[in-house]
Design a protein around this ligand. Structure first.
Ligand SMILES: C[C@](O)(C(=O)O)[C@H](CC(=O)O)C(=O)O
Length: 303
């Protein structure tokens, strides 16, 4: 209900909130929320921030995670999450959608939509999921320039710099890149596709920046718990595509059930009831708002 009724936080407030959560002692867990409904339910579950994943966003449009989207489409979806939840959102802007100028445009679009933080990576276009083989990286300087540009044009936008180097150039090179990105002004370092506890600990030992781990499913990273990441010295862990994967499996099941049996009756327990759905989207609050406005208008007319 935050969009219509409650006070909206500014981009600056959301960005501050985000960094406060990053710097807390306890690990900061950020779930992916691929649409406004997922955002509402994640907030209801107690999460204080949301992640808008490039992979989940593109998949929700029936597209692969190969940067085949536009920054304005992504900004619009980010706005949907923020309007629904009024939470700080971290948005995966991939490579910034091109060179430095494209990155600036993307950063401005995100800032205008009140995005708290953006995540930008050092892959070449067409980028790939960080957990796949065959990735190619840009020179360090290219991401350094993009980070500096974002910080100059939209200084309050939190920058999470991701390096994909571990599986391409090895961990030592990834550490060097991470340090360069931190020195360029990145607020948080995202170490992509690590496979061992020792590698996580090495980044903690070598880099003074807050660190983010990616606990995506079916990837290269073993299923460490949030507590494990905290023990490795990490500040943040994301679950980027989880909501989309679970939702897709659920509708795959129900579509097959209807196709085969001609009824969904046996799956009602797997569904949000009408009541639960209306509670989530605050249906009756909107209706009340409408009634109140209608009443006031009628009253004014007769006064
Ligand atoms: C974080 C990520 O960039 C994403 O788009 O969510 C992906 C997640 C995934 O494909 O599982 C990634 O490259 O790790």
């Amino acid at each position: 209900m935050t969009w219509f009724i409650e006070k909206h936080s500014t981009q600056e407030e959301l960005a501050d909130q985000f960094m406060e959560l990053v710097l807390e002692d306890e690990i900061f867990k950020i779930p992916g929320a691929h649409d406004g409904m997922a955002a509402l339910i994640a907030k209801e579950a107690g999460f204080q921030s949301l992640y808008l994943s490039g992979a989940a966003f593109t998949a929700s449009k029936g597209l692969p995670d190969l940067a085949v989207m536009n920054s304005n489409e992504l900004a619009e979806r980010a706005e949907e999450l923020i309007r629904a939840s009024n939470l700080p959102v971290l948005v995966d802007i991939d490579t910034g959608f091109g060179g430095v100028l494209n990155t600036i445009r993307t950063a401005l679009e995100m800032y205008e939509k009140r995005v708290a933080a953006v995540q930008i990576e050092d892959q070449q276009l067409p980028k790939k999921c960080g957990h796949l083989d065959g990735k190619q990286l840009v020179p360090i300087e290219e991401l350094v320039q993009k980070i500096k540009a974002i910080k100059e044009i939209t200084p309050t936008l939190v920058v999470v710099a991701r390096t994909d180097a571990v599986s391409v150039e090895g961990v030592e090179s990834a550490v060097q890149r991470a340090q360069a990105y931190f020195d360029a002004g990145a607020d948080v370092i995202f170490t992509e596709a690590l496979t061992t506890e020792d590698d996580f600990k090495l980044f903690k030992e070598k880099i003074g920046a807050p660190l983010l781990a990616n606990m995506t499913e079916f990837g290269k990273t073993p299923y460490y718990s949030a507590q494990d990441f905290e023990e490795f010295g990490y500040n943040v862990v994301i679950y980027p595509v989880t909501s989309l994967r679970v939702a897709a499996k659920a509708y795959e099941r129900v579509y097959n059930e209807i196709m085969v049996k001609g009824t969904q009756k046996e799956m009602l327990n797997d569904m949000q009831t009408r009541k639960e759905l209306y509670e989530t989207i605050r249906y009756f609050d909107y209706e009340d708002l409408d009634n109140r406005i209608a009443k006031t208008t009628v009253q004014e007319y007769y006064d």
